[in-house]
Design a protein around this ligand. Structure first.
Ligand code: CMC
Length: 429
């Protein structure tokens, strides 16, 4: 039976349709509320607002569930590859062998970066943050490659997506090499997407990089876990900017800028900085926990808490296991991992964290994984961005194809001064 919500305002009752998702999630459709009632809804941060209906990713924050196109991330991180997961997110189904091979060939064919783009990289100040560089460079791709026309055929669309997925990875490694003043390593046709990235980052004419399949698998898992997260801040930015029908590169560039923030993707870098600070101060996490609980202190425990997960982030569990296995394999102790473990142990038993539903999120362990692979700290959020690309692309595609598409234009409640007259400068007190 169709559910209806009713709203009574000034003695008049309005009926509002209820929308039910495939996993039983419910929403009250207020899209006609302003027209019919004259009222808008107020929801700072949009935490109670569904901006779209989507068939890409399902999350349940209370139960700690994350699925891409219905498939649990636990299964994907165990059995899939990042490229296959990207295909799943963008196309809705797992690829056949033939489809996967075609997709991989396309990624390989479009992996080179236009040589003229080197000049852009060379002219950034040496201290520029790689996320700022990446956001600018992705926007600049539009100057080199055509925009998708309104009615593109499937091949054009696939090439554009492959171009973006492949080039962003190449550009990330290229910017790292250039920041060192080293020779840029080009992508190789005989390597997989993830292996290619590691090779472009770490191969050198004086020390050839030996591909380690275990490290490749760790990177696959890292990127699979980051591949989509429904309407998070950066994805919402991609959809919002994209809603103005701007080109795909500009929309993704906006997503990268949003991801840069320490409350979002920048948290993986912030966690390591926090753990390092604890280490430098003798290694005792207790004073930091006290600070995180102090309302007069702006300090937050980085890598803890999530807007949606009010339990353990399912990605954090996989990341922790991956981290443990990796350090064991590399036969390496990381003092920051010990601190992270102690910090988690204390925090999850502390009433403040329990009452506020604050548990480790993906970023709590991902930084330690990246450190072990050899990724420099300021590239951590770039690693997140490469992983999130399939999500941004699929969400952008879904929004563009949505027959109910609308230019995003939220409203506000104005609380500024009422109408007043302009005062000439000489008459102002
Ligand atoms: N440390 C201490 N207190 C916290 C923390 C934290 N990490 N996170 C939230 N709180 C407190 C906050 O002070 C507030 O307390 P009170 O209600 O007493 O005033 C309450 O919890 C709710 O905070 P909020 O900011 O309204 O909650 P939110 O759900 O919107 O915040 C968050 C989500 C991720 C911004 C926040 O938990 C946070 O800042 N975490 C640290 C940064 C971080 O790890 N970000 C990575 C998120 S996962 C990667 C991704 O998907 O982007």
């Amino acid at each position: 039976m169709k559910k209806i919500a009713s709203l009574t305002l000034d003695g008049k009752t309005y009926e509002l349709p209820v929308v039910i998702g495939s996993e039983g999630e419910t929403a009250i459709d207020i899209s006609k509320a302003r027209k019919e009632t004259g009222f808008i809804t107020l929801d700072p941060g949009f935490a109670n607002t569904g901006s779209c209906q989507s068939s890409i990713t399902f999350m349940d924050g209370q139960k700690g569930i994350l699925r891409y196109r219905g498939i649990p991330v636990e299964q994907l991180s165990e059995h899939s590859t990042f490229v296959e997961t990207a295909y799943l997110l963008i196309n809705g189904e797992l690829p056949t062998r033939k489809e996967l091979s075609r997709f991989s060939i396309m990624l390989n064919d479009h992996s080179l970066v236009h040589e003229d783009m080197r000049a852009f990289f060379e002219n950034f100040p040496k201290r520029a943050h790689p996320m700022g560089i990446l956001s600018s460079m992705v926007n600049a791709l539009r100057a080199f490659y055509p925009e998708l026309p309104e009615r593109s055929d499937e091949e054009e669309i696939n090439i554009t997506f492959a171009r973006l997925l492949s080039k962003v990875r190449t550009m990330a490694a290229m910017s790292y090499k250039m920041s060192l003043g080293h020779k840029v390593i080009y992508p190789r046709h005989d390597l997989t997407y993830c292996a290619n990235f590691l090779n472009m980052m770490f191969d050198s004419p004086v020390r050839p990089y030996v591909i380690d399949e275990d490290l490749v698998k760790v990177l696959e898992v890292f990127w699979i876990l980051h591949a989509d997260h429904e309407q998070n801040c950066s994805t919402a930015a991609v959809r919002l900017v994209g809603s103005a029908r701007v080109n795909l590169y500009a929309a993704i560039s906006a997503g990268i800028a949003a991801l840069w923030g320490p409350l979002h993707g920048g948290a993986n870098q912030a966690v390591i900085e926090m753990l390092q600070q604890i280490y430098d101060n003798g290694g005792d996490p207790a004073p930091f926990i006290v600070r995180a609980k102090d309302k007069n202190d702006t300090f937050r425990l980085m890598g803890f808490g999530h807007s949606i997960y009010k339990t353990y982030d399912p990605r954090a569990r996989i990341m922790e296991k991956t981290c443990h296995k990796l350090l064991e394999k590399l036969n390496r102790d990381d003092p920051l991992l010990d601190i992270a473990r102690r910090l988690e142990e204390v925090a999850v038993k502390d009433s403040y964290f329990i009452d506020h539903n604050l548990y480790p999120n993906i970023d709590f362990y991902s930084g330690i994984v990246l450190r072990a692979i050899g990724i420099p700290l300021d590239m951590f959020t770039v690693m997140f961005a490469i992983g999130r690309l399939p999500g941004w692309i699929s969400q952008w595609k879904e929004s563009i194809d949505d027959p109910k598409w609308k230019l995003h234009r939220p409203r506000q409640i104005y609380i500024g001064p009422k109408m007043r007259d302009y005062i000439p400068i000489d008459e102002r007190s």
